[in-house]
Design a protein around this ligand. Structure first.
Ligand SMILES: NC(=O)c1ccc[n+]([C@@H]2O[C@H](COP(=O)([O-])OP(=O)(O)OC[C@H]3O[C@@H](n4cnc5c(N)ncnc54)[C@H](O)[C@@H]3O)[C@@H](O)[C@H]2O)c1
Length: 321
């Protein structure tokens, strides 16, 4: 059985959907701070609580025979981490550390961890491979890097094996699940909310980055492709694979303005924009070199074009609005 922390969140709920389709048994632990109870099917055992609650994690591991954990649960907003760093270190690092101790205590030694391209900081070369130096530029990135280092320590000392998946920008939707954070800070949901009319305009943060049109460039990867990489990582670990850190991205970069233009074409709506000052801790370009994911896991993303990713989110949003 697989323990999924943060399984009521955006990427977690899609991964639970895919695990169930693959015939896996799943149990979810989520405090619902930013997740949705209805995103987890009623057939899945659900525990509402904190990953840092060692007693609760011990109870879950006693009640279910846990073979592996996919650890999504975290706070994940770059801007919030800059203004409120202690929340990020408490939630992601202190509670994450308690979770790992509880899992080790229960003999769970296979972990797939949600890491991020934010562990690299301002890139020195593009595309970014896993060998790129790790120098985060915000507390969110540091909180994920601390967790990666902790996992490495537990690997050496206690033979815990892990795959740290460093996602670039998750986006898109399946038929059942899409992105609905509250507050929403991610570009694509905000662009499509403006297209639907639930917000007046999209904020563009900064227009003088060293990029072709002055707005930041990101690598968008479909949430279903991310979910597929988690299943492949579980298989890799269950076959005895050693610990790895692996990038997940499409290798294509799109600027904020390109995302908005593509969304206008797909939605056939105007999408008004508003200029705002650049945000602290936002690198100018983040594009993945995901060769390792392809070679080691056999991962091959089904959605490589921004337009396909946007369309999946738009269709889901129209259906659920
Ligand atoms: N969305 C992205 O583009 C992206 C990119 C890189 C990495 N990530 C990482 O992927 C993971 C999932 O991201 P997401 O976009 O699905 O976020 P999300 O906020 O939708 O999901 C996170 C879930 O974790 C839960 N949670 C948070 N702290 C918890 C705690 N202490 N105890 C129990 N539950 C807790 C929340 O309630 C939420 O349901 C996060 O670890 C995030 O850092 C996301």
């Amino acid at each position: 059985m697989i323990l999924v922390t943060g399984g009521a969140g955006y990427i977690g709920s899609v991964t639970v959907e895919r695990l169930l389709e693959a015939g896996e048994e799943v149990v979810v632990l989520d405090n619902l701070f930013r997740g949705h109870r209805e995103a987890v099917p009623s057939s899945v055992p659900f525990y509402r609580g904190n990953i840092g609650d060692i007693e609760l994690v011990a109870r879950i591991t006693r009640a279910h025979s846990i073979d592996a954990c996919i650890h999504f649960a975290a706070l994940a907003y770059v801007g919030e981490s800059v203004s409120e760093p202690s929340r990020y270190f408490e939630n992601n690092v202190e509670q994450g550390s308690a979770l790992l101790r509880a899992l080790l205590g229960a003999g769970v030694r296979q972990i797939v961890f949600s890491s991020t391209c934010a562990v690299y900081g301002e890139p020195r070369e593009i595309p970014i491979s896993e060998q790129h130096p790790q120098q985060p530029v915000n507390p969110y990135g540091w909180s994920k890097l601390f967790m990666e280092r902790m996992l490495e320590g537990y690997d050496k000392a206690h033979s815990l094996r892990f795959v740290a998946l460093r996602y670039f920008n998750a986006a898109g939707a399946t038929e059942q699940h899409g992105e609905r954070h509250q507050p929403e800070t991610h570009l694509i949901p905000n662009v499509l909310s403006a297209a639907i009319g639930s917000t007046a305009a999209v904020d563009i943060f900064g227009n003088d980055y060293p990029t072709p049109d002055g707005t930041p460039v990101r690598d968008y990867v479909h949430v279903a492709d991310l979910a597929a990489a988690h299943l492949l990582s579980l298989r890799y670990l269950s076959e005895g694979g050693c610990s790895q850190s692996i990038n997940l991205g499409n290798g294509n970069g799109y600027s904020v303005l390109e995302v908005i233009e593509t969304a206008r074409a797909i939605t056939e709506r105007p999408i008004p924009v508003r200029s705002q000052p650049a945000r602290c801790g936002d690198p100018s370009i983040l594009i993945a070199d995901a060769t390792k994911a392809r070679e080691l896991l056999g991962w091959s993303p089904r959605y490589s074009e921004l337009s396909e990713i946007l369309r999946s989110d738009w269709e889901w949003r129209i259906k659920n609005s």
